[in-house]
Design a protein around this ligand. Structure first.
Ligand code: SF4
Length: 150
């Protein structure tokens, strides 16, 4: 399962398949990471700096984090894609082919001017999260999506 938690400044990624349950996160920021709650991550539960430090101590790599750099990620259900915007300007997208219960991620692209900001990862996670919430199968074919989801 892949989940994204966003506030205005940062995005947290969580990949349950990698989570080894060492619970370093719970000990480091108990007001953010609480496995008795749903959702179990409250991104507004502590200052971003504390969250960032706690995520850095996750031993499995299940948690990661990026700054948003003012970029907004939206899900376009009709278009079968997630889209990144800087204001009104589209700066990236991740596309999937929907066939029955299978969502095949075929392409991820970010404007080179915006590379290195974690946008592609946010795009892939957004699409994957939306598919998983609908109980669809995610099949990454695009090489970037394969890397992010493996
Ligand atoms: S520290 Fe990482 S591996 Fe451990 S419970 Fe938290 S997310 Fe999972």
């Amino acid at each position: 399962m892949h989940r994204m938690y966003e506030n205005e400044d940062i995005t947290i990624f969580w990949d349950s398949d990698k989570c080894g349950h060492a619970k370093k996160c719970v000990g480091g920021s108990p007001t953010v990471f609480d496995i008795t709650k749903k959702p179990w991550i409250n991104i507004d539960g502590a200052p971003n700096a504390e969250i960032w430090q706690t995520i850095g101590e996750c031993p499995s790599g299940a948690l990661s984090c990026v700054y948003n750099h003012g970029i907004r990620i939206e899900f376009d259900e009709e278009g079968g894609r997630s889209v990144a915007f800087d204001g009104e300007k589209q700066v990236g997208e991740c596309d999937c082919r929907i066939e029955g219960d299978n969502w095949t991620i075929v392409h991820t692209e970010v404007d080179p001017e915006y590379s290195g900001k974690g946008i592609a990862k946010r795009l892939v996670f957004k699409l994957t999260e939306e598919a998983e919430r609908r109980k669809k199968n995610v099949i990454p074919v695009c090489s970037y999506a394969v890397k992010v989801l493996s």
